[in-house]
Design a protein around this ligand. Sequence first.
Ligand SMILES: [Zn+2]
Length: 138
Amino acid sequence: MIKYALKCSQGHEFDSWFASAASFDEQVARAQVSCPVCASPQVAKAIMAPALAHGDRIEAPSAEERARDRAALRALRHYVMGLTEDVGTRFPDEARKIAEGASEERPIRGQATREEAKALLDEGISILPLPLVPDDLN
Ligand SMILES: [Zn+2]
């Protein structure tokens, strides 16, 4: 079976099923296909609008998508906070001590300036920035 979008000579559009493309041609030639609105036997295949491809998105994310992203970020923050000890501004010192073995190895979080964070990374100490959720800034 094959489905065609059809259009009559009056411009009415409708869908109809046929056994095959050849069957469609044959039935139209014999005027066996008629418009359900005006009964005109002069029907032809309508030009189908191409389906839009779900490729690269160019539109901005919807409010719903942004809210979902924020919720995911908040969940991540809560998860990290549950696992880590807050050492506040002692973070660079503490991270360095842990790396040197001078302090107990444990996950920590805290504040570091951009320069402090860069220095830690330069020393080969792995740290991760924790993204701030916009709502949390309110
Ligand atoms: Zn019609």
